[in-house]
Write a protein that binds this ligand. Structure first.
Ligand SMILES: NC(=O)c1ccc[n+]([C@@H]2O[C@H](COP(=O)([O-])OP(=O)(O)OC[C@H]3O[C@@H](n4cnc5c(N)ncnc54)[C@H](O)[C@@H]3O)[C@@H](O)[C@H]2O)c1
Length: 314
């Protein structure tokens, strides 16, 4: 198993994610087999790819002369067996149903050579319990984000039996095609981003069900607060800006969360920007230096968002 031997990629499932991941790999120069259950889905997928590529040309992410080469590198098919026998890596992007995935992996197990990487794009399943394969060292999660030809992150999640070689190859492959891969330190359901998204979803539904705010009001509130800060501060560094002592008090008052980590930081005087150390280490910079830099970025972001009419619904 070597990175430079990966030339032909099989994407199984040509739906919302599969067609677009096939497009990303083909754009990066790989031959791609795109397999789904029927021709109609595949025709639809190829039409969507054409339209995505035209948009990317408009934004100078792809050269217009490249479109036909990219399309020629994608080979739509309903024959999983043939495609599986010829590929060097598989990305499974079929429906998020454990029975469907189990069945696809059992076919891949039968048809693919034993050492090629089998990656799943599952959003939250423990694929390592679902897929039964002969060589579980090569089973891994590559969790892409929609739309994959725009969003950089891909989470790489290993099972207990996944080899470090497979993780390294996954990381280097995704990096080489311009993605921003994150290797999780261990498996957890829904990984990093969907776990956080799930906490947001749970709050959204609670607010809606209790009639506290309308959908439009919730989005207006979020876009006019987190929306301005998030691109620069993320969700962890923002805590440093609030002050970890203040965050500690807020969470304690609201109840329900584990405070061990925060208590330790506050006890050690790591309060965030105000002590030059919190979750991040600001290397002795003063609070004023840190917050002035932050504020300049927030002001630029606010200006940009206003220009783009971002506070209105899409
Ligand atoms: N939609 C998203 O935003 C998103 C984001 C990240 C990850 N995912 C994950 O990606 C996977 C695919 O999601 P999606 O949104 O593309 O779903 P989708 O329903 O749009 O597409 C799934 C495709 O799989 C095909 N399929 C089903 N059984 C098959 C089989 N046996 N062989 C070949 N093809 C088969 C279906 O015909 C369909 O075209 C899921 O695991 C999902 O959780 C989705």
């Amino acid at each position: 198993m070597e990175l430079d031997k990966i030339k032909r990629i099989l994407v199984v499932g040509a739906g919302t994610m599969g067609h677009a991941i096939a497009q990303v790999y083909a754009t990066a120069g790989f031959e791609v087999d795109l397999v789904d259950l029927n021709q109609e889905v595949l025709d639809n997928a190829m039409n969507k790819i054409k339209s995505n590529l035209s948009l990317l040309v408009e934004y100078k992410h792809v050269k217009s002369g490249e479109i036909s080469n990219i399309l020629n590198r994608i080979h739509p098919s309903t024959d999983l067996k043939v495609a599986a026998q010829n590929c060097d890596l598989v990305l499974e992007a079929v429906s998020e149903d454990r029975n469907v995935k189990r069945d696809v992996f059992s076919q891949l197990n039968e048809f693919c050579s034993e050492d090629i990487i089998l990656a799943s794009n599952t959003s939250e399943l423990n694929i390592f319990n679902v897929a039964k394969v002969k060589n579980p060292k090569r089973l891994v999660i590559h969790h892409w984000f929609h739309p994959p030809y725009i969003i950089p992150l891909v989470e790489i999640v290993a099972g207990r039996k996944t080899s470090s070689e497979v993780i390294d190859i996954s990381f280097n492959l995704l990096k080489s095609i311009g993605k921003k891969p994150l290797i999780l330190k261990k498996f957890t359901n829904a990984f990093v981003v969907n776990k956080i998204q799930q906490a947001i979803n749970s709050a959204v539904f609670s607010l809606l069900i209790k009639g506290i705010a309308s959908p439009e009001e919730i989005d207006m509130a979020i876009k006019n607060s987190l929306g301005v800060r998030l691109p620069f501060a993320g969700v962890v560094q923002n805590l440093d800006f609030v002050g970890l002592d203040v965050v500690y008090d807020i969470i304690k008052n609201m109840g329900g969360l584990d405070l061990v980590l925060l208590r330790e930081k506050v006890k050690n005087g790591q309060l965030g920007a105000k002590t030059s150390k919190g979750f991040y280490d600001y290397q002795g910079r003063t609070e004023e230096e840190i917050l002035t830099k932050r504020d300049k970025l927030y002001l630029q972001m606010l200006e940009f968002l206003k220009q783009k009419n971002a506070f209105e619904p899409i």
